[in-house]
Design a protein around this ligand. Structure first.
Ligand code: SAM
Length: 218
């Protein structure tokens, strides 16, 4: 199988199972026009996040890594009336694009709050517990983000961490790549932390070979 086949399969399932969505398409288009990197989750992954958050009955969602707000919109759409999402973003320009994309999607600051700054500084200012956490920022800090997420959780909180496979490089114990080292530190934490029950699934698709962690707080 090739990357081309993986992308075609993603296109097939996305075309069959996801309704046309101009708001999400515009969010991606405006993010690209503003020069943001093309690193948002794929549509079928966004839908997976939405389904997982709904399955968890999430009324409060924390996201670490906003970019242009694409995954944020998917997650915010999972909230019931009165629900709230907080998303952490380091780059003011990314936050500005996300704010516009979220407003067009119908989410004002009363529903989605963007915390601008380095997440390790903004996370300690938040009040939990959150029902659902999506970690998708700098991978070198993955363990720190899971630790912070745990502090902002309750038993039953779902934690999803994206991009944990690094095209298979995650298996390289000798790697000095900070992202690989960061992901491996997080896996060690998941294995050692009695309050977390976790698995990891590798994926292929339009985003290449990658994968995610799904953890449940005990
Ligand atoms: N979740 C987004 C989506 O799927 O649409 C994609 C997020 S992108 C992979 C990662 C984002 O994390 C970038 O916008 C980047 O600026 C942000 N980021 C990187 N380091 C950060 C940090 N230390 N604190 C907060 N955000 C950070």
């Amino acid at each position: 199988m090739t990357d081309k086949t993986w992308a075609e399969v993603d296109d097939y399932f996305t075309g069959a199972l996801l309704a046309p969505d101009p708001v999400l398409d515009d969010a991606l288009a405006d993010s690209a026009a503003a020069g943001l990197p093309h690193i948002a989750v794929a549509p079928n992954q966004g839908k997976l996040l939405n389904l997982l958050a709904r399955q968890a009955g999430a009324r409060s969602i924390l996201e670490i890594g906003t970019l242009g707000g694409y995954s944020t919109i998917w997650l915010a759409r999972a909230l019931p009336a009165g629900g709230k999402l907080v998303t952490c973003e380091y780059e003011p320009k990314h936050a500005e694009v996300a704010r516009a994309n979220l407003a067009r999607a119908g989410f004002g600051e009363d529903v989605v709050e963007i915390k601008v700054g380095t997440a390790l500084d903004t996370l300690p200012t938040l009040t939990g517990p959150f029902d659902f956490v999506f970690v998708d920022a700098d991978k070198s800090n993955s363990a720190n983000y899971v630790r912070a997420a745990l502090e902002l959780s309750r038993p039953g909180t779902t934690i999803v961490v994206d991009n944990v496979v690094r095209q298979g490089r995650v298996t390289d114990a000798a790697s000095t790549d900070p992202d690989v080292v960061g992901v491996r530190e997080m896996v060690d934490l998941l294995a050692a932390e009695p309050r977390l029950d976790a698995t990891a699934v590798q994926t292929v698709g339009s985003k290449g070979h990658d994968g995610f962690v799904l953890a449940l707080v005990r």
